[in-house]
Write a protein that binds this ligand. Structure first.
Ligand code: AP5
Length: 220
């Protein structure tokens, strides 16, 4: 399947994407994680991305689209992928559409995770991620690491993301409403959007998502 995951910061996209990708045997492609990996390696792309991410703004389309395209063209994504955090505005959605068209492939679904803003704030305030791999995600209350400050998966150090400060989160939410939400209508016009609640235990949400995707797939 080819799926786009959309939802506000802290909706649980990364958490669900990891689980869904494993269950569906497709790669999880997160532009946020790709940027953070570049920041860790101190590449030129990482330096550029960090200045935008720390301010809560989108990284320019040109570099983001090129990076996402490059990742989608890797052999493991040949038969499907789960995009997390891309596309993030209508011009990125159009660029993705063009890319898929040249390959004569189509998206199967756009999974929209709904969560109230007060929950987003709680989730982001308690989030801790691993220095080795930002897809290893914990929460101080909701999913604490077995040993405080240490990643259960690889033993790396857990830390709070630089863009998880209250001020930056407010900016990220504003950017989500103004720039990202319009892609939901863009994809609704193509009949691709499946909306589910992202409230409740993580495993229940994964099941909810799988059932919704199955219905969507069966309805085609
Ligand atoms: P990105 O990394 O994509 O961040 P985001 O979209 O803001 O989303 P988050 O990672 O904050 O949240 P999430 O929904 O993945 O939630 P999570 O699963 O971690 O992007 C960061 C930045 O990169 C952007 O601001 C931008 O600058 C740049 N960027 C990225 N893509 C771009 C693009 N396409 N174009 C331009 N710029 C781009 O969960 C959050 C917390 O809640 C965790 O602690 C988790 O343990 C907990 N949690 C999850 N589910 C539950 C649950 N059900 N119950 C309780 N707690 C839960």
């Amino acid at each position: 399947m080819r799926i786009v995951l959309v939802g506000p910061p802290g909706a649980g996209k990364g958490t669900q994407a990891t689980r869904l990708a494993e269950k569906l045997s497709i790669p999880h492609i997160s532009t946020g994680d790709l940027f953070r990996a570049n920041i860790s390696r101190q590449t030129e792309l990482g330096k550029l991305a960090k200045s935008y991410m720390d301010a809560g703004n989108l990284v320019p389309d040109e570099v983001t689209i090129a990076m996402a395209k490059d990742r989608m063209e890797q052999p493991d994504a040949e038969n499907g992928f789960l995009l997390d955090g891309f596309p993030r505005n209508v011009s990125q959605a159009e660029a993705l559409g063009e890319l898929l068209e040249t390959e004569a492939i189509k998206l199967d679904a756009v999974l929209d995770l709904e969560v109230p803003e007060e929950e987003v704030v709680k989730r982001i305030a308690g989030r801790r991620i691993c220095r080795n791999d930002s897809s290893h995600v914990f929460h101080v209350t909701y999913s604490p690491a077995k040993k405080e400050g240490v990643c259960d998966v690889c033993g790396g150090e857990l830390y709070q993301r630089d863009d998880d400060s209250e001020e930056t989160v407010r900016k990220r939410l504003e950017v989500y409403h103004t720039q990202t939400e319009p892609i939901i209508d863009y994809y609704k016009a193509q009949g691709l959007v499946v909306t589910i609640s992202s409230l409740g235990p993580v495993e229940e949400i994964t099941q909810r998502a799988l059932e919704a995707l199955k219905r969507e797939d069966g309805g085609k």
